[in-house]
Write a protein that binds this ligand. Sequence first.
Ligand SMILES: NC(=O)c1ccc[n+]([C@@H]2O[C@H](COP(=O)([O-])OP(=O)(O)OC[C@H]3O[C@@H](n4cnc5c(N)ncnc54)[C@H](OP(=O)(O)O)[C@@H]3O)[C@@H](O)[C@H]2O)c1
Length: 245
Amino acid sequence: MRLRHKVAVVTGGTSGLGRRIAEALLREGAQVVCAARSERDMPAITELAGPRAAFHHVDVRDPDSVRGLMSFAQDRFGKLDICVANAGVTRDGPVHRLDPKEWDEVLDTNLTGAFHCMQAAVPYLQLSAGTLINVSSALSTRVSPGATAYSVSKAGLDMLTRAAAVELGALGIRVNAVAPGFIGEGMGSRLSDNDLVWDDYRTRLVSGRLGTGDEVGRAVVFLASPDGGYVNGHVLEVNGGLQWA
Ligand SMILES: NC(=O)c1ccc[n+]([C@@H]2O[C@H](COP(=O)([O-])OP(=O)(O)OC[C@H]3O[C@@H](n4cnc5c(N)ncnc54)[C@H](OP(=O)(O)O)[C@@H]3O)[C@@H](O)[C@H]2O)c1
């Protein structure tokens, strides 16, 4: 129970990796607001944690909506200690054919959405010496043809993490990221379902298997808890080892 009495917000906390991150935080005793545009797996999360889990509607692309989310966490649980910017989307296509609207959707959600979370959470986190954790990706530092918009958004998120850690250190706020590799839940499960892509990618997995959402959740718990108290401005790869040409 390393996070007893802590209050967390997890964007995209209603499905896939976000659900597993929320569950890992709840298992450690935290109170968690799961936020997204729809409730998805919320009934299962509430079943696990009862009133320690709450849902709030948010669209991370809208700064007013994100400010409303942080205010909800404060009203519901009395403070905010941990903000996990996990909400993300991917739109595949080579750079010369990708619809500019899809490019905007990916950048607005994955990068600007995390920036909105940061801005809205800081007034609360500076009162609690809290922490921000962004969910990046193995593709922030590796080229995968067809995933350029996604990779660019996550590369920006890595730098946002490092820069914000320096700027927010004086306020007592730590900022880190986890960069999951290929996980058998959420958008990662679509990869292993595609034989063509999977035949190539499976050879790159040093651990010989996909990761689990729970393994990502445990890495987030480490960064959020006193165990990770001297880790700051770091992007923690959670990928079982990846070989990449
Ligand atoms: N799964 C993997 O293998 C993997 C690997 C590396 C990194 N990641 C990262 O992990 C994070 C979670 O992805 P996932 O795999 O769990 O995918 P997922 O199952 O599709 O979950 C994405 C979550 O984000 C929410 N979301 C999307 N757009 C949003 C918006 N504008 N405002 C608020 N919430 C929004 C979705 O809910 P609504 O649609 O209801 O809003 C959903 O809860 C992403 O940042 C992704 O890049 C995943």
